[in-house]
Design a protein around this ligand. Structure first.
Ligand code: NDP
Ligand code: HSE
Length: 453
């Protein structure tokens, strides 16, 4: 057997702990798969003396160090699971320049500065693998990067953030408001103490950028992704979605498109109504799924656990076996493919169907004025649903309150639910502005995109 490969682990948190434990517990099997043993030579953390569940009292405790630079310098393979931009970037570049292969789960870094890392790895002739950076355990990076390399991907549509999927699912199944559902997600350890990265869509946007880069052979950074989180989604939105046969999901979408005659791609993250019949509508709890449409392959769906220590460690160890095999047998994994360099088109040119909920005066001619506002901006109406006094046909107010309480103070308000045919975002935005200016429109209650129809 060739000499053991020295593996340096940067980080021993949720993911790193599971990677370390599995390296220890499955050492023999991993050695058989690689062709030599993987020797974990150290684990870099901020505080090497702090007690750690799953590490303290095991042989792994002796490997903890707070000198990440020294650890990287002696390694054949560096596994980076510390997260954040710095010092992760400097350590990865140091590892690459020193001739080590790198496995990372760091979506934030890849989405911000991936090309710098890819270029360094290419120059040094080493592997840079990152399956765990998108959707945890789900094999999606490799399928898009390698298995579909002979096809033309048209569209990638994904639920890539487990926390927000859990929150939206609880809102749908238990009627919770967003804040309550986020608290539940925090109690279960899905959401961080500061849930902003998940709730506001930054985490999903980073993953969208990585997937778009791979799918369309184009450099896409997180700054290219049009991002809207779920913080404005209400329990009433979720209930209305259910009544119309939809489920609200936070989607990451990357697709080929044309704007003003220019062919390019659009990458966006936002909540959307997904028809209940679509496979993504059935993705429950904290699970993730990615739906890929390719010219020759047709529709593909990848589903599984997108987060958590053990699921994420699975993806990391898969990468580790691959890069280690290359070091034993020779050869290299794929390098960055950005030859297509497609323009990233403006977000407001994306074409989508919309559902718009309006509170309007309930009197003759109102519908005509609303319809005229849409027609003026070339937005075509697919369906209109009206309920009087702001109440739906099932006797509940549109905001989910009992109708009886409101009946004591009857108003002349009607609630309109408009569904449009596909229209450019910019046309819809202009339409909403026009509707807001109409005297007969009391409130534009919500505007939601409809995807996957
Ligand atoms: P944690 O915060 O749980 O762990 C981070 C680890 O890195 C800790 O051990 C910490 O040390 C160490 N660390 C952080 N900064 C430094 C530093 N400057 N020097 C030395 N060590 C440092 O993160 P996770 O395990 O949750 O995530 C790790 C990576 O994996 C991130 O990039 C994340 O985006 C990605 N990822 C995470 C998933 C998940 O479900 N958690 C899923 C998919 C990807 P100390 O313990 O001493 O503080
Ligand atoms: N916070 C992420 C999620 C997990 O909720 O999916 C790490 O990617």
């Amino acid at each position: 057997m060739p000499a053991p490969l020295k593996v340096a682990l940067l980080g021993c948190g949720v993911v790193g702990t599971q990677v370390a434990r599995r390296l220890l517990e499955h050492a023999d099997e991993l050695a058989s798969r690689v062709g030599t043993s993987l020797e974990l030579v150290g684990i870099a953390v901020r505080n090497a003396t702090a007690p750690r569940e799953g590490i303290t009292g095991t042989p792994l405790a002796d490997l903890l160090t707070d000198d990440a630079e020294a650890l990287v310098d002696g390694a054949d393979v560096v596994v980076e699971v510390m997260g954040g931009i710095e010092p992760a970037r400097t350590l990865i570049l140091r590892a690459i320049e020193g001739g080590a292969s790198v496995v990372t789960a760091n979506k934030a870094l890849l989405a911000q500065d991936g090309p710098t890392l890819y270029k360094a790895a290419d120059t040094a002739g080493v592997d840079l693998y990152f399956e765990a950076a998108v959707a945890g355990a789900i094999p999606i990076v490799r399928p898009v990067r390698e298995s579909l390399a002979g096809d033309q991907v048209q569209r990638v549509l994904g639920i890539v953030n487990g926390t927000t999927n859990y929150v939206l699912d609880r809102m749908a199944t238990e009627g919770l408001e967003l804040e309550q559902a986020v608290k539940e997600a925090q109690a279960l350890g899905y959401a961080e103490a500061d849930p902003t990265a998940d709730v506001e869509g930054y985490d999903a946007a980073a993953k969208a950028a990585i997937l778009a880069s791979l799918a369309f052979h184009t450099r896409v950074s997180i700054d290219d992704v049009a991002r809207e989180g779920i913080s404005a989604v209400t329990a009433a939105d979720v209930q209305w979605a259910q009544r119309t046969g939809h489920t609200i999901k936070l989607l990451a979408i990357a697709e080929r498109n044309t704007s003003d005659g220019v062919a390019g791609i659009q990458v966006r993250v936002h909540p959307a109504l997904v028809p209940d019949a679509h496979p993504l509508a059935g993705v429950r709890g904290a699970f993730n799924a990615v739906f890929v449409e390719a010219e020759a392959a047709g529709e593909l769906m990848f589903y599984g656990r997108g987060a958590g220590g053990a699921p994420t460690a699975s993806a990391i160890l898969g990468d580790l076996v691959s890069v280690a095999r290359h070091r034993v047998l020779g050869g290299r994994g794929p390098v960055e493919s950005s030859y297509a360099a497609l323009p990233v088109l403006p977000a407001d040119a994306a074409r989508t169907r919309f559902q718009v909920r309006l509170d309007v005066d309930d009197r003759p001619g109102v519908l005509a004025q609303v319809a005229a506002a849409l027609a003026e901006h070339d937005v075509s109406i697919e369906a209109v649903r009206q309920s009087a006094d702001g109440h739906s046909a099932d006797g509940h107010s549109a905001d989910g309150h009992s109708a009886d309480a409101d009946r004591r103070d009857p108003t002349d308000v009607a609630r309109l639910l408009l569904t449009t045919h596909a229209a450019p975002e910019r046309a819809l935005a202009a339409t909403v502005a026009a509707l807001t200016d109409l005297d007969v429109v009391r409130d534009v209650v919500s505007v939601l995109r409809v995807e996957g129809a």
